[in-house]
Design a protein around this ligand. Structure first.
Ligand SMILES: [Zn+2]
Length: 320
């Protein structure tokens, strides 16, 4: 038998091994598609695709990066080659490429296709991963993916009744990646620096969602609806307090979590409407919108209405 027929090997490899340029392109398309749907205008303010692809508990969105996913599949392919998996592709590799030689010590030849060379180049990375047993692709993916530090706040926005549209904007606020005016100025974009929701202070993330009179009044109205005492906390204090108190699955916790994401979204939307459309809503209007979203989301869900606190909450939030 001579050297491997290149055309045939390419045919088989294409099923599994993709060139880096293609993988990059796929991620680029995914990223563009993602941001197009997110209604975020300033390109420089975006969260990087790598950051999006880390897990939710580490502050990302847990999407699968194509390059990493393909690498995991490549390692699975090596596992199949080693195990002599019964597929035609593996049988072909064994018969025409590796023959009787040891896979780990096989010398790459110049006439091998790039895809087989790519498999061979992945050996060093595959060896420690495959020496521990027979992991599945998702387990390998978890081992080789980019990791970040665990964030304390992920459960504030990702919980059973969360609403993606609102949690996504709250997620960007938590990362301080929304294109607020202080950030735009730092990026060298010429813009006014004043908060349009109150017209008195500079617009920063912390101001817009915590210190601004509109934010304070809206959030305090929600606390009052819940029969809770009003507060005045900085952004960081609010996040830390919410992380330590909003635990479990009680109706009150769920209402607080949903309404917090809706408040952030609504304040951001109000700010954008004032800047880009010259339209403004009253505080009463904003409160009604938050109430409607929470009421509609929890309508028909399983709530213990024998509990007097729950009954009261259902009544004020319009949960029927
Ligand atoms: Zn303000």
């Amino acid at each position: 038998m001579g050297s491997p027929p290149i055309g045939l090997s390419n045919y088989w490899c294409r099923q599994l091994v993709l060139p880096a340029s293609i993988l990059k392109k796929v991620d680029q398309i995914c990223s563009r598609y993602f941001w197009k749907g997110a209604d975020i205008s300033a390109a420089g303010a975006r969260v990087s695709w790598d950051k999006i692809c880390i897990s939710k508990s580490e502050g990302g969105l847990g999407l699968k990066n194509t390059k990493t996913w393909n690498k995991a599949c490549l390692i699975i392919l090596i596992r199949k080659i080693l195990a002599g998996d019964g597929s035609l592709w593996v049988a072909w590799l064994k018969a025409y490429v590796f023959k009787e030689q040891d896979f780990w010590h096989y010398q790459a030849a110049a006439n091998l296709s790039w895809s087989i060379n790519r498999i061979l180049k992945s050996r060093a990375e595959a060896l420690p991963l495959l020496s521990t047993g027979s992991p599945q692709a998702t387990e390998i993916w978890d081992l080789i993916r980019c990791k970040g530090q665990t964030v304390i706040w992920h459960k504030l926005i990702w919980f059973p009744s969360h609403i993606p549209k609102f949690s996504l904007i709250a997620w960007m606020a938590l990362l301080n990646k929304l294109p607020t005016r202080d950030r735009l100025l730092k990026m060298g974009i010429n813009t006014d620096s004043i908060c349009v929701n109150c017209s008195t202070s500079y617009e920063t993330r912390d101001h817009l969602f915590s210190q601004c009179t509109m934010a304070v009044e809206l959030w305090n109205s929600i606390l009052k609806l819940n029969g809770m005492n009003t507060t005045f906390l900085s952004w960081d204090e609010m996040v830390i307090k919410a992380c330590s108190l909003w635990k479990g699955r009680s109706l009150l916790t769920t209402i607080l979590k949903i309404s917090w994401t809706v408040v952030i979204y609504t304040l951001w939307q109000e700010r954008n409407q004032r800047i880009f459309q010259g339209r403004s809503r009253t505080l009463g209007c904003l409160l009604k919108e938050v109430k409607d979203v929470v009421g509609i989301r929890l309508r028909g869900t399983n709530i213990n209405r024998l509990d007097s606190t729950n009954l009261q909450l259902c009544s004020v939030w319009g949960i029927v």
